[in-house]
Design a protein around this ligand. Sequence first.
Ligand code: PLP
Length: 406
Amino acid sequence: MNPYRKDFPILDAAVKGRPLVYLDNAATMQMPKQVMEAMMNQQSCFHSNVHRGIHSLSELSTRRMEEAREHIAGFIGAESASEIIFTSGTTAGINMAARSFIDTFLQPGEEIISTQMEHHSNYLPWRETSPEKQGVFLSCPIDRNGDLDMDAFSSLLSPRTLIVAVTYVSNVTGAVNPVKEIIKKAHIAGAAVLLDCAQAMRHEKIDVRDLDCDFCVFSGHKIGGPTGTGILYGKSEMLELMKPVLYGGGTVREVTDRVTAYEDVPYRFEAGTPNITGIIGLDAAVSYLENTGIENISETEKELLSLTEEILAASDRVNILGKPKERAGAISFTVDGLGSFDVAKLLDTQGIAVRSGHHCAMPLHQAYGIDGSVRISPAFYNTPEEIGQFETTMKRILGMQCTMHN
Ligand code: PLP
């Protein structure tokens, strides 16, 4: 029996009269009851605003939020809690980093390198913002296996490169990028690196100091925390120089009719009332990951993913996207003669939840000459039996498709 399932009440749900088989964890991981309880406790016992009140509840809120910051800083190996900015998710974190970094540092003609395998959230913020300062956006291609073309990457790097924005793990193929090598090469060229760790957090032990990345971004809901939470980590020496992006309450030390004196980092980047309940939940999700062990999670998910890959590879009408050197978290495929939405809908009739479409990674799908795929992304609470149910249903779908085409 999988020891983790008891922590996830939703796994007992039924969909279309069948037990839910939730294989859409790259989109959102389910929430363990420990996280729900932490948020319920916050709402029931100390719900109040932070930093503003002198009363006891507000002091407790402030303390708990700052403890969460310390905890998350330790979890990712940051040097200081002041390097942790609370955001509403990966998309918000990358937008904030891109806006502020470009406004602060970009000089005309300087280049930003992103990649063909990025989620739109680590592609568009750079591509849309860089022209405002006459910056040049470049996209590093992938090879047929779905790995980043490292020769192309090396030739794109130059003294003009200001920053490299790259994902640790692809949300479509599950390709794991050689991020240490990327960061090393980028730094030699004098460029900073932002790592999109949205998919990587459950699979890799992230240590930002060991990786030496300049920024690291992730979302709470992909690690069992609530939606609307996330982290932007930035090296202190970077954040200290960077301009705020959102203006308002909580970001300033003093405002006169002429002068604004900003707070220290990270507060100057956290305008307005933060998602306090969400942050308490994110903190509890991090505790859950720590208690479960990233190695255990990663190992279980890798086994389930290999099993899925074997099942898919057994059919000559299924085309798996890429064969990367290392795959984590997700695998995507197309079926000859059937659209990705059709496959996902048919799986849903049996209670099996998967993702279909372009997964917010259109440039990657264009590289394969397709407009969408079906994605399977097991989590550590899934079981080989559930993958077996997926196999049985896929066989039926492929059988139906054969009948339809004969
Ligand atoms: N980057 C990657 C690699 C992702 O997989 C996702 C979400 O699927 C995002 C960014 C965006 O995350 P969010 O929607 O939580 O902002």
